[in-house]
Design a protein around this ligand. Structure first.
Ligand code: AMP
Length: 432
């Protein structure tokens, strides 16, 4: 299967070739022809499957015929809207739109909270065909009269499950009410929960469905190893692994913002350059952290699940689970940062006695046991008893949590609450 045979136009084929893509991924093979036909689509696919190109390429092709080189704002109405849960994802999607749309004169912009609204307003007023936005800030612009969706042709809901998890349902409904009924709607989600199906039945018209199961994505491509270790020795082991194996570009996951900050500071003390990225960081801080990491100026990026969601870092070689996630599916999202689209990657998990049940959940989801490798000098002390860990979240996705919150354990380095539960309800925090 080639990109040519999917019916893509020469301008797009050229851009794809320049990216070095040789063959389309399974989600692209399935989705591109359906979108080109004008069908509504429900896609079950995670980051790492090539889903962004799967909707961006055909979207650009559908919009290309009326692309205009005129400077007049009237010649550049909003024709496509892509909604994403986070600003990071919005930035990455927009980057894809720019990359693949390089040879088509369509304008694109991002709209998200946490940054000055004025440059966004200016971009919207100048005329822009493709808007990539988080829901809250988009509604702020609506309130200011900056948006006109009368010419909208295509709506994409990217990572719809995360948008619902983050409490964006009302914002999404408000936005949908602003859009013309006659449009093409594409919905992508890592899971098809009842909530997602309900959303789709309300807003999509006889959608085609394409699915990529976790089994044939990152989970299979990535070499996964568990390093058993005592909770108090995790940091020393992490530094040891990074130094002794000369690891570069390591993405490390913690459960909480507080834990991410602490770990990043400790790594710096060990002489390993690192930065933390999470919901409390300002937008410029996040952008800088990601850029420094991408260009190799920072060796380790410490991230929480929410912050890392949607991060597009090509060929990331190493992912470390410093703490296992509470929800087993998040493990798959995490390791999806490596081993993408054919490149080999590895995911190391530092697992202490407290996390045994989390590990079992993950192995159940993967339908296999992960290999255990005790590093010499870091063997866990069997006399240390397990302590309860905080769930790190409240009010997470229906049916995805692990039951009632357990008390935070003392001295664990884990804050009692993670960022997910608080995030959507924080006043003024919409769209961040
Ligand atoms: P996504 O799932 O959209 O986040 O994409 C995952 C990664 O795969 C991105 O870094 C893309 O640049 C890359 N990618 C997308 N399509 C292809 C392809 N057909 N061949 C190789 N890499 C791809």
């Amino acid at each position: 299967m080639s990109f040519e045979s999917l019916g893509l136009m020469p301008e797009l084929l050229r851009a794809v070739r320049e990216q070095g893509y040789e063959t389309p991924t399974p989600i692209q093979i399935q989705a591109i022809p359906l979108v080109l036909e004008g069908r509504d689509l429900m896609g079950r696919a995670q980051t790492g499957t090539g889903k962004t190109a799967g909707f961006t390429l055909p979207m650009l092709q559908l919009l290309a015929p009326h692309a205009s080189s005129s400077a007049s704002p009237a010649r550049h109405p909003i024709r496509a809207l892509i909604l994403t849960p986070t600003r990071e994802l919005a930035m990455q999607v927009e980057e894809s739109v720019r990359t693949y749309g390089k040879y088509i004169p369509l304008r694109t912009t991002t709209i998200f909270g946490g940054v000055n609204i004025n440059p966004q307003t200016k971009a919207l007023r100048a005329g822009v065909e493709i808007v990539v936005a988080t829901p809250g800030r988009l509604l702020d612009h609506q309130g200011q009269g900056n948006l006109n969706f009368s010419q909208l042709e295509i709506l994409v809901l990217d990572e719809a499950d995360r948008m619902l998890d983050m409490g964006f349902i009302r914002d999404i409904q408000k936005i949908l009410a602003l859009l013309p009924a006659k449009r093409q709607t594409l919905l992508f989600s890592a899971t098809f929960t009842d909530e997602i199906k309900q959303l789709a039945s309300k807003f999509l018209k006889t959608p085609a469905t394409v699915q990529i199961t976790p089994q044939n994505t990152a989970a299979e491509l990535v070499r996964q190893v568990v390093h058993p270790v005592d909770r108090e020795r995790k940091r020393a082991l992490l530094s040891h692994l990074i130094t002794s194996r000369k690891l570069q570009q390591v993405l490390v996951f913690t459960r909480t913002k507080h834990g991410a900050n602490r770990l990043s500071e400790q790594l710096d003390k060990d002489g390993i350059s690192s930065m933390a990225i999470h919901g409390n960081k300002s937008q410029p801080q996040r952008i800088k952290a990601l850029e420094d990491f991408k260009k190799g100026a920072v060796r380790v990026l410490v991230a929480t699940d929410i912050a890392a969601r949607g991060l597009d870092i090509d060929m990331l070689p190493h992912v470390v689970n410093y703490e296992l996630p509470h929800v087993a599916e998040d493990y798959i999202h995490r390791i999806g940062r490596t081993g993408r689209a054919g490149t080999e990657g590895e995911a190391l998990s530092l697992v202490c006695v407290d996390e045994q049940s989390l590990l079992r959940d993950i192995e159940k989801l993967l339908r296999k046991d992960l290999p255990k490798d005790v590093i010499t000098g870091y063997a866990p002390d069997p006399s240390i008893p397990a302590e309860p860990i905080s769930t790190g979240r409240q009010g997470g996705g229906a049916g995805r949590g692990r039951g009632p919150a357990r008390p935070a354990r003392a001295g664990s380095g884990a804050a009692p609450r993670g960022e997910r539960g608080r995030h959507p309800s924080r006043p003024g925090a919409r769209g961040k």
